[in-house]
Design a protein around this ligand. Sequence first.
Ligand code: NAD
Length: 499
Amino acid sequence: MKTVNHWIGGKTVEGASGNYGPVTDPATGEVTTQVALASADEVDAAVQVAREAYLSWGQSSLAARTKVLFAYRALLDANRDAIAALITAEHGKVHSDALGEVARGLEIVELACGITTQLKGELSTSVSNRVDVSSIRQPLGVVAGITPFNFPAMVPMWMFPLAVACGNTFILKPSEKDPSAANKLAELATEAGLPAGVLNVVHGDKVAVDALLAHPGIAAVSFVGSTPIARHIHTTASANGKRVQALGGAKNHMLVLPDADLDAAADAAVSAAYGSAGERCMAISAVVAVGAIGDELVEKIRERAEKIKIGPGNDPNSEMGPLITAAHRDKVASYVKGAADQGAEVVLDGTGFTVEGNENGHWIGLSLLDRVKTDSDAYRDEIFGPVLCVLRAETYEEGVALINASPFGNGTAIFTRDGGAARRFQLEIEAGMVGVNVPIPVPVGYHSFGGWKDSLFGDHHIYGNDGIHFYTRGKVVTTRWPDPAEGHVGVDLGFPRNH
Ligand code: NAD
């Protein structure tokens, strides 16, 4: 069996706690790998290594940093397939989807390559007599990233490229369910010339996370995962004096107005609900059909969903893979099984589905629930599986009120041909990311990603300008170079005023 160890100080470091977690191939159900789970002492040792590396990396020139980042970009580009294969083997998503994940992560490395312009400070000359003022941004020190299973390469890349470009050193604690991609990302960074100790990967579970949250040597924590854990991370790390951004779960709605192109809306709903088997924080999990279009839209979604090919992620014919674990598959199935009792019409029931020859895989088919009640479990919870709920609203206002009543506010989309309605929606909807005829509005790298309400705890969204702000702190320098000919200013106990 393969063992995934830590990557600390530019090399593999064997787990010392004696604790290992199982990593399963979701398509076969076989445990293929064990991952080392770090103790608090191992976390502490990694923080010391990162602290030591920070002493020089924090002082390194922008030229030195960008040289490494450009080399890293080229290596990642050359290794897209290899990284995607690691993702598929442990996460289960199909290879094309895994390649998409790598591409979206690469965007942030490309953004980091341009850190020279992003980190330019501001200067005001002659704000007062011979006084100039400059604003600069400096790194924080050692920062940590804790990431979820559903994007084992992209979400770490939302964090560490910008963190290290800004001069910090980084400790990544990836999901223990699919840990291999993180090590590959770190190995390639070392190959690209990133000095030892700047990017470290420490594997583990709650023990390692809580050790990071309590460690006085960690200045900031970026987290992406489920809402209950995001809340815990935000509360605990804040109480320990750290800067925190904690992105949580979601229930993303798609509002379809009566004037929308229903074929385009149905295509988008199917792609966004069932892509990656619904295990995306930006998956559309609720469609709100406005007016009389509901029956026609549901029928169009059903026709398309029935044709999706489910199979192992490494089979080029598969469009959708298995779920991450058998337990998660069973939980997803329970929502479908309970839906009719809670008032929904079960249009498609994906429970009980299996793939011949791979019966132990974590399979489930596509489910479509219509006329779902807002107080039902299938609507209220983030299911995180291939289950799409359809709700009906009489008017645009009723649809918007329904969406705004959700405790989540990650992404949302409107499908319409009416520019005025789309504009209203942008302004009235309570979510951090909005798509207009775009079902999965994940912002490009140079804008920031983040939700509202229970989908994000903290002030900063992730990557883009917010990312650079999160990984740096401001300093303002006020300078006077007196002219010796003018003599001394003399003592003045008044509060300094500008002249
Ligand atoms: P999770 O919250 O279970 O785990 C995320 C990380 O937290 C992992 O590294 C895990 O080891 C750690 N962790 C788990 N339980 C912990 C505990 N009790 N104490 C401390 N650390 C703990 O999330 P997941 O199941 O890996 O990922 C799926 C979730 O992530 C979904 O809710 C999804 O919406 C969310 N997600 C959100 C975004 C976003 O941008 N908002 C992006 C991707 C995923």
